[in-house]
Design a protein around this ligand. Sequence first.
Ligand SMILES: [Zn+2]
Length: 362
Amino acid sequence: MSSRRRAVTLRLADRLEINEDEQPLAAWAYADIRRADSPAGMLRVSCLTAPALARLEVRDTVLAGQLVSRCAGMDDDIPGRRGVAAIIGWSLAATVSIIAVVLFGLPLAADRLAPLVPAAFERRLGDVADAQVKKLFGAKVCDNAAGEKAFVKLVTAIRESAGLDTSVQSGVLSSSIPNAFALPGGKVYLFNGLLAKAENADEIAGVLAHELGHLKHRDSMRGLIRDGSTSFLIGLLFGDITGSSALIFGSRTLVTSSHSREAETNADGFAIDVMHRLGRPAKPTGELLLRVTGKEGKGLSIISTHPLSEDRLTRMSREDQSASGPPLLTPEEWRSLKSICNGKSDSAKKPDSAKKSGPAKI
Ligand SMILES: [Zn+2]
Protein backbone atom coordinates (compact mmCIF):
# COMPACT_ATOMS: atom_id res chain seq x y z
CA MET A 1 0.00 0.00 0.00
CA SER A 2 2.98 2.28 0.50
CA SER A 3 6.70 2.08 -0.21
CA ARG A 4 7.60 2.15 3.46
CA ARG A 5 10.03 -0.63 4.39
CA ARG A 6 8.90 -2.99 7.18
CA ALA A 7 11.02 -5.40 9.19
CA VAL A 8 9.15 -8.68 9.46
CA THR A 9 9.60 -12.15 10.86
CA LEU A 10 8.74 -15.21 8.76
CA ARG A 11 7.21 -18.50 9.79
CA LEU A 12 7.39 -21.41 7.36
CA ALA A 13 4.05 -23.07 8.24
CA ASP A 14 1.61 -24.62 5.77
CA ARG A 15 1.73 -21.16 4.23
CA LEU A 16 4.40 -18.47 4.51
CA GLU A 17 3.32 -16.39 7.49
CA ILE A 18 4.64 -12.82 7.55
CA ASN A 19 4.47 -11.09 10.93
CA GLU A 20 5.32 -7.58 12.00
CA ASP A 21 5.79 -6.95 15.75
CA GLU A 22 4.29 -10.38 16.33
CA GLN A 23 1.10 -9.30 14.52
CA PRO A 24 0.14 -11.20 11.34
CA LEU A 25 0.72 -8.96 8.31
CA ALA A 26 0.12 -11.43 5.48
CA ALA A 27 0.08 -15.13 4.68
CA TRP A 28 1.27 -16.21 1.24
CA ALA A 29 0.52 -19.64 -0.26
CA TYR A 30 3.82 -21.21 -1.43
CA ALA A 31 2.29 -21.97 -4.84
CA ASP A 32 1.60 -18.25 -5.40
CA ILE A 33 5.10 -17.01 -4.57
CA ARG A 34 7.21 -15.81 -7.51
CA ARG A 35 10.81 -14.68 -7.78
CA ALA A 36 11.28 -10.94 -8.43
CA ASP A 37 14.37 -9.16 -9.76
CA SER A 38 16.90 -8.57 -7.01
CA PRO A 39 20.55 -7.68 -6.47
CA ALA A 40 23.03 -10.48 -5.71
CA GLY A 41 22.97 -11.88 -2.18
CA MET A 42 19.27 -11.34 -1.66
CA LEU A 43 16.09 -13.27 -2.45
CA ARG A 44 13.24 -10.99 -3.41
CA VAL A 45 9.79 -12.47 -4.01
CA SER A 46 6.29 -11.33 -4.79
CA CYS A 47 2.97 -13.12 -4.42
CA LEU A 48 0.20 -13.49 -7.00
CA THR A 49 -2.51 -12.82 -4.40
CA ALA A 50 -0.72 -9.93 -2.65
CA PRO A 51 -0.87 -6.26 -3.74
CA ALA A 52 0.94 -5.96 -7.07
CA LEU A 53 3.96 -4.04 -5.71
CA ALA A 54 4.37 -5.95 -2.43
CA ARG A 55 7.84 -7.50 -2.16
CA LEU A 56 9.48 -9.67 0.46
CA GLU A 57 13.26 -9.52 0.76
CA VAL A 58 15.24 -12.29 2.45
CA ARG A 59 18.96 -11.74 3.08
CA ASP A 60 19.55 -14.87 5.17
CA THR A 61 20.78 -17.47 2.61
CA VAL A 62 19.74 -20.48 4.72
CA LEU A 63 16.22 -19.15 5.16
CA ALA A 64 16.10 -18.16 1.48
CA GLY A 65 17.04 -21.73 0.51
CA GLN A 66 14.33 -23.19 2.70
CA LEU A 67 11.76 -20.83 1.22
CA VAL A 68 12.80 -21.60 -2.37
CA SER A 69 12.57 -25.36 -1.73
CA ARG A 70 8.90 -24.94 -0.71
CA CYS A 71 7.86 -22.78 -3.68
CA ALA A 72 7.38 -25.04 -6.68
CA GLY A 73 6.19 -22.26 -8.94
CA MET A 74 8.96 -19.84 -7.93
CA ASP A 75 10.28 -19.32 -11.47
CA ASP A 76 6.98 -19.70 -13.37
CA ASP A 77 5.60 -16.84 -15.43
CA ILE A 78 8.03 -14.18 -14.28
CA PRO A 79 6.69 -10.89 -15.59
CA GLY A 80 8.28 -10.33 -18.99
CA ARG A 81 9.94 -7.19 -20.23
CA ARG A 82 6.53 -5.70 -20.98
CA GLY A 83 5.41 -6.14 -17.38
CA VAL A 84 8.52 -4.51 -15.97
CA ALA A 85 8.30 -1.72 -18.55
CA ALA A 86 4.69 -1.13 -17.55
CA ILE A 87 5.60 -0.86 -13.85
CA ILE A 88 8.44 1.57 -14.60
CA GLY A 89 6.17 3.50 -16.95
CA TRP A 90 3.38 3.89 -14.41
CA SER A 91 5.85 4.79 -11.64
CA LEU A 92 7.33 7.52 -13.83
CA ALA A 93 3.86 8.74 -14.74
CA ALA A 94 2.92 8.91 -11.04
CA THR A 95 6.10 10.85 -10.22
CA VAL A 96 5.60 13.25 -13.10
CA SER A 97 1.97 13.84 -12.12
CA ILE A 98 2.93 14.61 -8.50
CA ILE A 99 5.57 17.06 -9.72
CA ALA A 100 3.01 18.63 -12.05
CA VAL A 101 0.53 18.99 -9.18
CA VAL A 102 3.21 20.67 -7.04
CA LEU A 103 4.25 23.07 -9.81
CA PHE A 104 0.90 23.93 -11.37
CA GLY A 105 -1.98 22.45 -9.39
CA LEU A 106 -1.18 23.63 -5.85
CA PRO A 107 -0.86 27.37 -6.50
CA LEU A 108 -4.28 27.20 -8.21
CA ALA A 109 -5.78 25.04 -5.47
CA ALA A 110 -4.32 27.33 -2.79
CA ASP A 111 -6.04 30.33 -4.39
CA ARG A 112 -9.38 28.58 -4.30
CA LEU A 113 -9.00 26.89 -0.89
CA ALA A 114 -7.59 29.76 1.18
CA PRO A 115 -10.90 31.68 1.36
CA LEU A 116 -12.69 28.48 2.49
CA VAL A 117 -10.50 27.77 5.53
CA PRO A 118 -12.55 28.50 8.69
CA ALA A 119 -11.26 31.41 10.77
CA ALA A 120 -10.96 29.26 13.92
CA PHE A 121 -8.73 26.75 12.11
CA GLU A 122 -6.63 29.53 10.65
CA ARG A 123 -6.15 31.01 14.14
CA ARG A 124 -4.93 27.62 15.42
CA LEU A 125 -2.46 27.39 12.54
CA GLY A 126 -1.40 30.93 13.33
CA ASP A 127 -0.64 29.92 16.94
CA VAL A 128 1.56 27.03 15.75
CA ALA A 129 3.35 29.34 13.35
CA ASP A 130 3.70 31.97 16.07
CA ALA A 131 5.55 29.58 18.39
CA GLN A 132 7.75 28.43 15.49
CA VAL A 133 8.63 31.97 14.52
CA LYS A 134 9.70 32.93 18.02
CA LYS A 135 11.83 29.79 18.25
CA LEU A 136 13.29 30.21 14.78
CA PHE A 137 14.41 33.78 15.40
CA GLY A 138 15.13 33.39 19.12
CA ALA A 139 13.08 36.53 19.58
CA LYS A 140 10.65 37.88 22.16
CA VAL A 141 7.95 40.48 21.93
CA CYS A 142 9.30 43.83 23.12
CA ASP A 143 7.18 45.44 25.79
CA ASN A 144 8.80 48.69 26.85
CA ALA A 145 5.70 50.58 28.11
CA ALA A 146 6.12 53.92 26.29
CA GLY A 147 7.17 52.19 23.08
CA GLU A 148 4.26 49.78 23.30
CA LYS A 149 1.83 52.70 23.67
CA ALA A 150 3.21 54.40 20.57
CA PHE A 151 3.14 51.12 18.61
CA VAL A 152 -0.50 50.45 19.53
CA LYS A 153 -1.43 54.00 18.45
CA LEU A 154 0.29 53.54 15.09
CA VAL A 155 -1.16 50.06 14.43
CA THR A 156 -4.67 51.11 15.44
CA ALA A 157 -4.66 54.06 13.04
CA ILE A 158 -3.49 51.83 10.17
CA ARG A 159 -5.82 48.96 11.05
CA GLU A 160 -8.87 51.23 11.08
CA SER A 161 -7.87 52.82 7.79
CA ALA A 162 -7.37 49.30 6.37
CA GLY A 163 -10.89 48.28 7.43
CA LEU A 164 -9.71 45.37 9.62
CA ASP A 165 -11.30 44.53 12.98
CA THR A 166 -9.71 44.34 16.43
CA SER A 167 -8.85 40.63 16.09
CA VAL A 168 -5.57 41.71 14.46
CA GLN A 169 -2.64 41.13 16.82
CA SER A 170 0.71 42.79 16.36
CA GLY A 171 4.01 43.24 18.09
CA VAL A 172 7.67 44.18 17.73
CA LEU A 173 10.08 41.23 17.96
CA SER A 174 13.54 41.68 19.46
CA SER A 175 15.41 40.42 16.40
CA SER A 176 18.04 42.48 14.63
CA ILE A 177 16.92 41.24 11.20
CA PRO A 178 15.30 44.05 9.22
CA ASN A 179 12.00 42.34 8.41
CA ALA A 180 8.27 42.27 8.97
CA PHE A 181 5.65 39.63 8.20
CA ALA A 182 2.05 38.52 8.63
CA LEU A 183 0.95 35.10 9.94
CA PRO A 184 -2.37 33.29 9.39
CA GLY A 185 -5.03 34.15 11.92
CA GLY A 186 -4.31 37.87 11.97
CA LYS A 187 -0.84 38.34 13.47
CA VAL A 188 1.59 40.96 12.24
CA TYR A 189 5.18 41.17 13.46
CA LEU A 190 7.73 43.88 12.99
CA PHE A 191 11.37 43.07 13.73
CA ASN A 192 13.33 45.58 15.77
CA GLY A 193 16.01 45.50 13.08
CA LEU A 194 13.64 47.21 10.67
CA LEU A 195 12.63 49.76 13.28
CA ALA A 196 16.31 50.56 13.82
CA LYS A 197 16.75 51.37 10.12
CA ALA A 198 13.60 53.52 9.92
CA GLU A 199 13.86 57.32 10.05
CA ASN A 200 10.22 58.28 10.59
CA ALA A 201 6.80 56.85 11.49
CA ASP A 202 5.51 56.98 7.89
CA GLU A 203 8.18 54.49 6.79
CA ILE A 204 7.06 51.95 9.41
CA ALA A 205 3.37 52.72 8.92
CA GLY A 206 3.61 51.79 5.23
CA VAL A 207 5.32 48.49 6.09
CA LEU A 208 2.59 47.65 8.63
CA ALA A 209 -0.08 48.59 6.07
CA HIS A 210 1.63 46.27 3.56
CA GLU A 211 1.50 43.38 6.06
CA LEU A 212 -2.15 44.11 6.85
CA GLY A 213 -2.70 43.88 3.09
CA HIS A 214 -1.26 40.33 3.19
CA LEU A 215 -3.63 39.56 6.09
CA LYS A 216 -6.64 40.97 4.31
CA HIS A 217 -5.87 38.95 1.17
CA ARG A 218 -5.03 35.84 3.30
CA ASP A 219 -1.71 35.46 1.47
CA SER A 220 -0.09 33.54 4.38
CA MET A 221 -2.90 30.99 4.40
CA ARG A 222 -2.44 30.56 0.66
CA GLY A 223 1.30 30.06 1.08
CA LEU A 224 0.74 27.57 3.87
CA ILE A 225 -1.64 25.48 1.77
CA ARG A 226 0.80 25.58 -1.14
CA ASP A 227 3.98 24.77 0.79
CA GLY A 228 2.34 22.43 3.30
CA SER A 229 0.74 20.42 0.53
CA THR A 230 4.01 20.36 -1.38
CA SER A 231 5.85 18.67 1.46
CA PHE A 232 2.87 16.37 2.01
CA LEU A 233 2.99 15.23 -1.63
CA ILE A 234 6.77 14.89 -1.62
CA GLY A 235 6.35 12.77 1.52
CA LEU A 236 3.87 10.68 -0.42
CA LEU A 237 6.52 10.07 -3.11
CA PHE A 238 8.84 8.59 -0.49
CA GLY A 239 6.15 6.67 1.33
CA ASP A 240 6.24 8.77 4.49
CA ILE A 241 2.87 10.26 5.23
CA THR A 242 2.83 12.49 8.28
CA GLY A 243 0.54 15.48 8.17
CA SER A 244 2.24 17.05 11.17
CA SER A 245 5.62 17.31 9.48
CA ALA A 246 3.90 18.95 6.54
CA LEU A 247 2.36 21.47 8.90
CA ILE A 248 5.69 22.23 10.57
CA PHE A 249 7.41 22.54 7.21
CA GLY A 250 4.63 24.81 6.04
CA SER A 251 4.83 27.15 8.99
CA ARG A 252 8.61 27.40 8.63
CA THR A 253 8.24 28.48 5.05
CA LEU A 254 5.79 31.16 6.17
CA VAL A 255 8.74 33.16 7.40
CA THR A 256 11.56 32.06 5.14
CA SER A 257 9.91 32.03 1.74
CA SER A 258 8.40 34.97 0.00
CA HIS A 259 4.91 35.57 -1.26
CA SER A 260 4.25 35.54 -4.96
CA ARG A 261 5.17 38.66 -6.87
CA GLU A 262 1.49 39.26 -7.52
CA ALA A 263 0.70 39.09 -3.78
CA GLU A 264 3.51 41.58 -3.06
CA THR A 265 2.31 43.98 -5.74
CA ASN A 266 -1.24 43.81 -4.35
CA ALA A 267 -0.02 44.37 -0.78
CA ASP A 268 2.00 47.40 -1.95
CA GLY A 269 -1.11 48.81 -3.65
CA PHE A 270 -3.10 48.21 -0.49
CA ALA A 271 -0.44 50.01 1.59
CA ILE A 272 -0.43 53.01 -0.75
CA ASP A 273 -4.25 53.29 -0.45
CA VAL A 274 -4.18 52.96 3.34
CA MET A 275 -1.50 55.63 3.71
CA HIS A 276 -3.35 58.03 1.43
CA ARG A 277 -6.61 57.54 3.33
CA LEU A 278 -4.64 58.53 6.45
CA GLY A 279 -3.40 61.59 4.60
CA ARG A 280 0.17 60.33 4.75
CA PRO A 281 2.72 59.76 1.97
CA ALA A 282 3.62 56.25 0.73
CA LYS A 283 7.02 57.14 -0.66
CA PRO A 284 8.90 56.91 2.69
CA THR A 285 8.13 53.18 2.86
CA GLY A 286 9.73 52.69 -0.53
CA GLU A 287 12.76 54.60 0.69
CA LEU A 288 13.00 52.37 3.79
CA LEU A 289 12.86 49.18 1.68
CA LEU A 290 15.58 50.46 -0.62
CA ARG A 291 17.71 51.45 2.39
CA VAL A 292 17.32 47.91 3.82
CA THR A 293 17.98 45.87 0.69
CA GLY A 294 20.22 48.22 -1.25
CA LYS A 295 20.08 48.30 -5.04
CA GLU A 296 19.58 44.66 -5.92
CA GLY A 297 21.48 43.21 -8.88
CA LYS A 298 19.58 42.88 -12.11
CA GLY A 299 20.26 39.14 -12.30
CA LEU A 300 18.53 38.54 -9.01
CA SER A 301 15.14 39.74 -10.15
CA ILE A 302 14.73 36.79 -12.49
CA ILE A 303 14.87 34.14 -9.79
CA SER A 304 13.42 36.20 -6.99
CA THR A 305 9.64 36.45 -6.73
CA HIS A 306 10.21 39.72 -4.91
CA PRO A 307 9.63 42.97 -6.69
CA LEU A 308 12.88 44.95 -6.67
CA SER A 309 13.04 47.57 -3.95
CA GLU A 310 13.95 50.11 -6.61
CA ASP A 311 10.81 49.25 -8.60
CA ARG A 312 8.70 49.47 -5.47
CA LEU A 313 10.13 52.89 -4.61
CA THR A 314 9.46 54.02 -8.17
CA ARG A 315 5.84 52.93 -7.90
CA MET A 316 5.36 54.45 -4.44
CA SER A 317 6.89 57.73 -5.68
CA ARG A 318 4.77 57.73 -8.85
CA GLU A 319 1.49 57.12 -7.02
CA ASP A 320 2.43 59.26 -4.06
CA GLN A 321 0.36 62.08 -2.64
CA SER A 322 1.94 64.60 -0.32
CA ALA A 323 0.93 64.64 3.32
CA SER A 324 -2.50 66.15 3.95
CA GLY A 325 -3.13 64.80 7.45
CA PRO A 326 -1.36 65.15 10.81
CA PRO A 327 1.69 62.97 11.57
CA LEU A 328 0.74 59.52 12.85
CA LEU A 329 3.06 59.87 15.86
CA THR A 330 4.49 62.86 17.72
CA PRO A 331 8.31 63.13 17.66
CA GLU A 332 8.35 61.93 21.27
CA GLU A 333 6.15 58.89 20.47
CA TRP A 334 8.40 58.07 17.53
CA ARG A 335 11.45 58.11 19.78
CA SER A 336 9.63 55.82 22.25
CA LEU A 337 8.72 53.41 19.47
CA LYS A 338 12.33 53.34 18.25
CA SER A 339 13.46 52.20 21.71
CA ILE A 340 10.62 49.73 22.34
CA CYS A 341 13.12 46.87 22.67
CA ASN A 342 15.43 48.74 25.05
CA GLY A 343 15.50 47.89 28.72
CA LYS A 344 13.36 44.96 29.74
CA SER A 345 13.97 42.54 26.89
CA ASP A 346 16.88 40.18 27.62
CA SER A 347 16.70 38.21 24.41
CA ALA A 348 18.10 40.97 22.21
CA LYS A 349 21.63 39.77 22.94
CA LYS A 350 20.94 36.23 21.79
CA PRO A 351 22.61 35.24 18.54
CA ASP A 352 20.32 35.36 15.55
CA SER A 353 20.16 31.76 14.39
CA ALA A 354 17.98 32.74 11.45
CA LYS A 355 20.42 35.26 9.98
CA LYS A 356 21.23 32.84 7.19
CA SER A 357 17.62 32.34 6.30
CA GLY A 358 17.67 34.68 3.38
CA PRO A 359 16.63 38.16 2.42
CA ALA A 360 13.94 40.22 4.08
CA LYS A 361 10.42 39.09 3.31
CA ILE A 362 8.30 42.21 3.79
ZN1 LIG B 1 4.99 41.34 1.46
